[in-house]
Design a protein around this ligand. Structure first.
Ligand code: SF4
Length: 350
């Protein structure tokens, strides 16, 4: 039903009275439930008739960290496409990382999804349904110490959100207008589709923009993030600055720290210069290694030195802990593994 426009749900309801569409919309977006049986104010025959149309995917695999604070789902659409969704609990915050495409065409060298290639875009309903599914599960089974409802959505899973602009835009609209989230709690992450950044700046929802930068010179960046050949760093920095000027929202620069590639103090100094030009803050994320790539994160001392240089240069920098390493939580990892070998539910998996 998430694939159906939410304002036209009456088309699924035949002879039901008009208020049923509103009731159904609430069950899908406001207070989602796992099964139509739980939609208690709908008549039983209607619930049964809608049961097969409830979710646009089934849960293929669920993995949970031993601490229980991170859950990852591999979801399977009826056409066989698989996507990943990760749910992370913190004190006062429950964050979901959603996918926007099946696979990705951007080909970033350090990313498991990029190594898979592109299959198809996700529809807005498939994107929002990931959040709704999480809310349905959290209602009965919250993450320890975290709110029993998604408080933050990050478009950072499989796919490049701005390469699927219209569907992502519609997903944001539904999250704000129907799910009731604030635009500020939604983060759209891009590897640098410059026209998409400008389009997003003109939308009525001031979402947070995160730009995955990863390199300070075009030669290095084009090697690890090939879209840089089309939208080089100077253009990207200008678009990021425009985003800040138009929306008043500070941009986040995402920096995946890769040993031997982008981890020197000199690189940190140049990154600080870019961040200051954009008025951005920097999120440093040590690489979560993928099975098919030889890239590795730097050692702890190198990581700390990198962050210290940024801070000394007056840049707000956060070192992000990597969550769920044992459950292949980095984008695309579970899907890669699923395609290569049977998944065994042992070790760190609950
Ligand atoms: S990092 Fe993002 S944009 Fe790059 S290949 Fe992976 S999913 Fe695509």
């Amino acid at each position: 039903m998430y694939l159906h426009p939410p304002e036209r749900l009456d088309e699924l309801l035949d002879d039901e009275p008009p208020y049923r569409a509103r009731q159904l919309r609430d069950w899908l977006y406001r207070t989602p439930v796992r099964t139509t049986d739980e939609m208690t104010n709908l008549p039983a025959p209607l619930r049964a008739r809608l049961a097969d149309r409830h979710w646009p995917f089934s849960v293929d695999t669920e993995l949970v960290t031993p601490e229980g604070d991170t859950r990852k789902w591999l979801l399977r659409a009826p056409d066989g496409a698989t996507i990943e969704t990760v749910l992370m609990g913190y004190r006062g915050r429950t964050t979901i990382c959603v996918s926007t495409q099946v696979g990705c065409a951007m080909g970033c060298t350090f990313c498991a999804t990029g190594q898979f290639g592109f299959e198809r875009h996700l529809a807005a309903g498939e994107i929002v349904a990931q959040v709704a599914w999480a809310n349905a599960v959290l209602g009965a089974d919250p993450l320890p110490g975290a709110p029993p409802r998604v408080t933050n959505v990050v478009f950072m899973g499989m796919g490049e959100p701005l390469a699927n602009y219209d569907e992502v835009r519609e997903a944001i609209r539904r999250l704000v207008e129907l799910v009731g989230m604030s635009a500020r709690s939604i983060t759209v992450s891009t590897v640098g589709i410059v026209p998409g950044i400008r389009q997003l700046a003109a939308e009525p929802w001031p979402v947070t923009l995160a730009i995955s930068l990863h390199a300070v010179d075009d030669e290095t960046r084009s090697e690890i993030v090939p879209i840089n050949r089309r939208y080089p760093i100077d253009d990207l920095v200008a678009a990021g600055r425009e985003y800040f000027d138009r929306t008043g929202r500070r941009v986040s620069l995402e920096w995946t720290l890769i040993a031997g590639t982008n981890d020197t103090p000199e690189t940190a100094r140049r990154l600080a210069g870019i961040a200051r030009r954009m008025r951005a803050h920097v999120n440093v994320i040590p690489l979560n290694p993928t099975p098919r790539s030889s890239s590795r994160p730097p050692d702890r001392a190198t990581i700390d030195r990198f962050v210290a240089v940024l801070r000394r240069a007056g840049v707000r920098a956060t070192l992000r802990a990597t969550r769920g390493r044992g459950i292949e939580a980095a984008c695309g990892q579970l899907r890669v593994r699923r395609s290569e070998e049977p998944l065994t539910l042992d070790g760190p998996v609950a």
